[in-house]
Design a protein around this ligand. Sequence first.
Ligand code: NCD
Length: 307
Amino acid sequence: MSKLRHVIRAEQLVDPALLDELFNSASKLERDDKALKLEHPLRGRILATMFYEPSTRTRFSFEAAMQKLGGGVLTAENALDNSSASKGETIADTVRVVSGYADAIVLRHPQVGAAEMAAEASPVPIINAGDGAGEHPTQALIDVYTIRKELGRLEGLNIALVGDLKNGRTIHSLLPFLRNAPGVSLTLISPPQLRLPGKYVRMLQEADTRFAETTRLARVQPADVVYVTRVQRERFASEAEYDAVKDSYRIDLHVADSLKARSIILHALPRTTEISPEVDQDARAAYFRQARNGLYVRMALLNYLMS
Ligand code: NCD
């Protein structure tokens, strides 16, 4: 496979050899970091992070990753108000200019397809860190890495996806990985209004992936992985529509206790009410470990794209 230039869609990352390379590199970087033996392969290089939507862990983990690899960071937080976008500049123009200062650009934007547009205009790698309700491929990479690290494999697992399957971009990016893994079966749990969009359902059908759609949270019980999402308030047309579904599901101690002993609960975070804080003490609650893995997976990805 030829080397990737931009990372826009999860589909670009599903190649098994590429995944092995990135995941082996992430584990090695974690070991080296813990032993205080990190090298600085990206010394002198610069990463720009341009966030037109709120973020904590995605932006910080990319910036920490770049700095741990010896590189520097230029950052535009709240870029809708604080960059030339507020003067009416197009993404294409902004990216053309920023690529003169930075060796790669991480972009988060409310519009589906924004990263694709940026990539067309950019001479340096563009990494999609979320394009509206579209995709979030690096989060999916972290999710797959976490599942493999926690449970040893992806193959044959029963995976429940819970919550806002319509707007959750982390779900949309996770599906190409799950669809490709032999023997995976999926339980798609959402309120009727937040069902997985037809485009993704067809993708699963075409791959002959086993899946069932339901509204019942009790169906998480046999799952090896319970992947919970936040209801994506910012994608709703009105507050009333959001209110109607926002409290559809809650993983509390009672639900957590019903899960298999060797299962894990994942969440890309931030959470609102969908996982009770008491569940955090349960060894199966893997979401903070998942967030931590983000640092090493993003280091591996930056190193791959930029060195
Ligand atoms: C996710 C996102 O931005 O899509 N967060 C993240 O990157 N960790 C999930 C979310 O906001 O609900």
